[in-house]
Write a protein that binds this ligand. Structure first.
Ligand code: HEC
Length: 270
């Protein structure tokens, strides 16, 4: 009974913690769904994607967010990056390959600057899911009412500055005309002309001025970044799958052997 109450409590937490949906005010391209995340499925076997993701992370995120449950040499090994290259291009200061990836940003100082300390991101995708993290990363937009001039569709009034502005460009939240839905869920049409009636809807994300990357390239690189974060939160996923196959094989062989043994014993009984 206690267990059931606990499950129910968790379920209601899940339901009420989200405003509108898990992805806040993120609007689908057709404007029909608000709060639904864009989908992104991680692939830890795609080494190239993980390497690119690591590169973006170390250059754009590591100044504020640590990955303190991971070690440099482990990441270099898993991603297939030679240690000297890793050290030269992805590490700063006098850190050693065997060190934990906990950079030295003073937590209380960070709190003074942003109001909230940037959280450690080692387990972020395990906490939020890859869909959420990916959608969050593509959802920063210009908002002059905010102290840093930026807001996020997924995480309303976020305290994180838009560090992706240079590569993504200037993204804004705009309004556009969308087909109006009739009461039966279909499109409403003008009874005389038969034309589809449209109405204005706001909250769409649009890149007004391109950055260093095209919109497509930017999304691709945010997928790589999310893939890398997903790897960080579960670095032995591939190893587990690999070992899992042998475990199943072992169990199958064991089953056959025990069956044969059972037949031998049975002979003695009769
Ligand atoms: C200048 C410092 C800074 C940089 C650089 C930065 N962030 Fe953040 N980030 C923050 C702060 C501060 C927060 C906390 C925001 C809040 O809770 O309102 C945050 C929050 C987040 C969150 C949400 C955490 C959660 O679940 O509450 C994610 C995910 C995130 N950052 C990812 C990134 C990624 C990926 C990068 C690199 C592209 C990055 N950040 C670069 C300061 C930074």
């Amino acid at each position: 009974m206690k267990f059931l109450t606990l499950i129910l409590a968790f379920m209601s937490l899940q339901l009420f913690s989200a405003e509108g949906g898990p992805c806040g005010h993120f609007l689908s391209e057709d404007g029909l769904e608000e709060g639904k995340c864009e989908e992104f499925k991680a692939d830890h076997t795609d080494k190239e994607s993980l390497q690119k993701g690591a590169q973006i992370f170390m250059n754009y995120c590591y100044g504020c967010h640590s990955l303190k449950y991971g070690r440099y040499n482990r990441v270099a090994r898993d991603l297939g990056i030679p240690e000297d290259l890793f050290q030269e291009n992805l590490m700063f200061g006098d850190q050693k390959m065997g060190d934990l990836m906990s950079i030295g940003m003073d937590q209380s100082e960070a709190k003074d600057w942003f109001g909230v300390a940037p959280p450690d991101l080692t387990l972020e995708t395990a906490l939020r899911g890859t869909d959420w993290v990916y959608t969050y990363l593509i959802s920063f937009y210009e908002d002059e009412t905010r102290p840093l001039g930026v807001n996020n569709k997924v995480y309303q009034n976020v305290a994180m500055p838009n560090v992706l502005r240079d590569i993504q460009g200037l993204q804004v939240s705009t309004c556009k005309q969308v087909p109006k839905l009739a009461a039966n869920g279909g499109l409403s049409q003008d009874p005389l002309s038969g034309e589809v009636i449209t109405e204005e809807q706001c909250g769409f994300l649009q890149i007004e001025q391109e950055g260093e990357m095209t919109a497509e390239e930017f999304k691709e690189s945010m997928k790589n970044l999310t893939n890398f974060l997903s790897y960080m939160s579960d670095p032995i996923k591939e190893e587990r799958k690999y070992i899992g196959k042998f475990v199943i094989l072992y169990l199958l062989i064991f089953t056959v052997l025990s069956y044969l043994l059972y037949r031998e014993f049975k002979k003695d009984v009769h």
